[in-house]
Structures are given as structure tokens and as C-alpha cells.
Design a protein around this ligand. Structure first.
Ligand code: PGA
Length: 227
């Protein structure tokens, strides 16, 4: 039975009380199947609410600095994350588009995360972005995940087909080697099983549907092959 990752990306959402309510409902109701690894990526401000003994999930951040520690106002360096989070998302299409993150910056951030012992979840939307990671391959493969998100599918309600996402995942693996590839873009409880049953897809990234704890739990359960 393959391991399936379900990564929830809260993006720039939730007040303190929203986050507390989400965690309370999720913790009370979730029963994570044995073949699923849940990773929740809230805003960095909310990380301290996610204590391992309270929440049944691994925790990640949504971004990391391209620089190490020092005079970089507003940034969080990878080494500052060590011991606090296990994963960090890098190069989400919203960061590439709104914050000018180039392939070079994404590669630098990925390297910083690896050196700090944080597992990178590198987001890509096309094969050129995958190829730009090739020089990191040796280090990357030990810990990293790839989150493949076609642009048309993000936040649109129009998910890719599982078959076409599987072809993309296969191509990514042919470039980078045996890295887990997750699909993201309008993943919902009723379509997630189609993706996780594909040969080359090792999980899903969930934006909108992760904001509601009940819906997120439904995604987790439907992603599993163990129940
Ligand atoms: P969505 O977002 O699930 O709301 O489409 C996915 C993502 O951007 O990671």
C-alpha cells in the first residue's frame, strides 16, 4: 500500500479564533488512516497553535526566505524553522506570480530548506520548472515532495483529470527520479480518490477545501486506500 500525502494549504486565511476553532473541530473528529500522512500549512503566525499532541498532523510553512539569517526584514530563514516545522512549501504559483519568484529563487530556497533539514514541498506547474530543479536532484530526492498544480485548476473548481495529472506526474518522475508527486488544483472530497488511485500520484495538495475542517477530513478519508 503506497503512502498518500494530503497537504492542506491555508494560504493567507484565518484569524486567531478561526484557526483555534478549526483545530478544535479537526482534532476532535479526525482519524487519519494508516496510509495517509497529513501536512497542514497554516500562516506562520498560527504555527504555535499546532502542537503535535493536540493535532493529528505534520506541520509546514508556506514559504521560506531565499537568504540565511540576518538583515532581511520580514523574512523567515530556513534555519529558524528547524525544530518548529517539518515541511515548507516553495514556489507556489501564487508566489511565482505575485512575488516574482523565479526558478533560480525557488532552487535557492529549496537548497536552504534541505540544508536546514526542512523537507521542501516544491510547487510546479510545468515541466520547465521541474527541469530547473534537476541540479538539486541528489539532495532533493532524500526528503522532498513535488506538488504539481496546473494553473487552470487552482481555485477554479475545474480540477485536472486524474489521467492527465498522472501523465504529468510520470514525466516529473522521469526528470527527477522517484520523488513523491502530489496533485493540486480544486481537490475536493468527491474527486480526490480519482487522483490518489493513479499510479504516479502520491497525494494531493488542498487549498480551498482545507479551510473547512469537516471537508478536509472528508478529503483525508476519501484519499485513503486503507478504508
Ligand atoms: P485549491 O488550491 O485547492 O483551492 O484549488 C490549491 C493550491 O493552490 O494549492
Amino acid at each position: 500500500m503506497k503512502n498518500i500525502y494530503v497537504l492542506g494549504n491555508w494560504k493567507s486565511n484565518k484569524t486567531l479564533s478561526d484557526a483555534k476553532k478549526w483545530i478544535e473541530t479537526y482534532s476532535k473528529n479526525v482519524k487519519v488512516p494508516i496510509d495517509v500522512t497529513v501536512i497542514i500549512c497554516p500562516a506562520s503566525l498560527q504555527i504555535s497553535l499546532f502542537q503535535k499532541d493536540v493535532v493529528s498532523a505534520h506541520v509546514g510553512l508556506q514559504n521560506v526566505s531565499a537568504f540565511e539569517t540576518g538583515a532581511y526584514t520580514g523574512e523567515i530563514a530556513a534555519s529558524m524553522m528547524t525544530g518548529i516545522v517539518e515541511y515548507v512549501m516553495i514556489g507556489h504559483s501564487e508566489r511565482r506570480k505575485n512575488f516574482g519568484e523565479s526558478d533560480e529563487i525557488v532552487a535557492q530556497k529549496t537548497m536552504n530548506a534541505i540544508l536546514a533539514g526542512i523537507k521542501p514541498v516544491v510547487c510546479v506547474s510545468n515541466l520547465d520548472q521541474v527541469k530547473s530543479l534537476q541540479r538539486l536532484v541528489l539532495n532533493f530526492l532524500q526528503t522532498g515532495l513535488i506538488l504539481y498544480e496546473p494553473l487552470f485548476a487552482i481555485g477554479s473548481g475545474q480540477a485536472d483529470t486524474p489521467e492527465s495529472a498522472n501523465v504529468a506526474a510520470k514525466e516529473i518522475i522521469s526528470v527527477l527520479g522517484a520523488v513523491p508527486v502530489l496533485y493540486g488544483g480544486s481537490v475536493m472530497p468527491d474527486n480526490v480518490g480519482g487522483f490518489t488511485s493513479q499510479e504516479y500520484i502520491s497525494g494531493v495538495g488542498v487549498g480551498g477545501a482545507s479551510l473547512d475542517p469537516e471537508k478536509f477530513i472528508a478529503v483525508i478519508l476519501s484519499a485513503s486506500h486503507a478504508i
